[in-house]
Design a protein around this ligand. Structure first.
Ligand code: PRP
Ligand code: ZN
Length: 291
């Protein structure tokens, strides 16, 4: 049986739920080697001084605030709701969802103006209270611990404030979104003390690995052939990390152009590249990108 080594960094991740698999995949993608198949309370990495704690997501903000864990991977929605004193270090690019106000489709509540003096059920009372306050809306908050989407049908509430990711839960319960309270994704949070104590160095090593993985996920590597006289136009449409790499081809008058481009504008770059005269465009994934 592995043992918690108190010198090691500790990172808390969700044991099961929407962020669980992606959190493990992120750490493993960053080269941290550990067994996650059983999601026992914790696992020790074989090649990095870190323990992975598998816990309920609801506990992660407080664990990190109190230093039970140095780091945590959790939805921003929970960090905001708990108003914990932690540092948000990185946005992780998965677990996107929105906290919305929603109400029964075709019912009396169709816009934000209609929620005045109504009952709104939520597991996010602090976030909802702030939202109502900022807009000067007076409504009563019904606190739930789960299954919030059922409360209008049970006449426990008139509307809900809950997380939506695919939208399935709202659709199945015949609820329609009315307004967005908060946009959320998975974030890496850090205990305030850990970033200045003996763990600082290992946290920075881990951060470099996570950042390189995240940067790589957002980058494509492309190779294309082009006539030499198309180069000025190609240079102007290809962002690249610095500038594209240009190599002469055997075929005189032709060059090969290599560049790393952001995933976000990938298709725009490809179209512009084709219009500039490039052809035989080859695209590959980037595994790591260290900057
Ligand atoms: C949220 C929310 C909904 C569901 C919405 O719960 O409370 O039930 O997800 O997702 P959908 O739009 O994809 O249908 P979550 O999975 O976060 O579980 P938890 O609140 O029990 O942690
Ligand atoms: Zn939860």
């Amino acid at each position: 049986m592995e043992r918690l080594n108190s010198d090691n960094l500790r990172i808390a991740v969700q044991s099961s739920g929407r962020l669980a698999d992606d959190s493990v995949a992120l750490l493993q993608g960053a080269g941290i080697d550990f067994d996650a198949y059983s999601r026992k309370l914790f696992a020790s990495a074989r090649n990095f001084p870190i323990e992975i704690l598998f816990v309920r997501d609801d506990n992660i903000p407080e664990y990190v605030q109190d230093g039970v864990a140095d780091l945590g991977i959790v939805g921003r929605n929970l960090v905001v709701e708990r108003q914990v004193e932690v540092d948000e270090v990185l946005s992780l690019g998965f677990g996107h969802c929105v906290l919305v106000i929603a109400a029964p489709r075709g019912g009396p509540i169709a816009t934000v103006d209609d929620i005045t003096e109504r009952r709104i059920a939520t597991a996010y009372p602090a976030t909802l209270a702030r939202y109502l306050n900022e807009r000067g809306i007076c409504a009563s908050i019904v606190e739930t611990a789960g299954a919030t989407e059922l409360t209008p049908a049970l006449d426990v509430a008139d509307a809900i404030c809950d997380l939506v990711s695919t939208g399935t839960t709202l659709r199945v319960n015949d609820l329609a979104p009315i307004d967005t309270v908060l946009a959320s994704e998975a974030v890496l949070i850090a205990h305030r003390g850990s970033r200045v104590d003996a763990h600082e160095r290992d946290i920075n090593r881990l951060l470099l690995r996570l950042r390189s993985l995240l940067a790589a996920r957002q980058t494509k590597y492309i190779m294309a052939n082009a006539p030499v006289d198309a180069l000025p136009r190609i240079r102007s449409v290809l962002p690249g990390l610095r500038s594209p790499t240009v190599m002469p081809l055997d075929d005189e008058g032709w060059v090969a152009v290599h560049a790393a481009i952001p995933e976000e504008t990938f298709w725009d770059s490809i179209e512009a590249l084709r219009e500039s005269g490039a052809s035989e465009i080859l695209v590959t994934e980037v595994e790591k990108l260290i900057q």
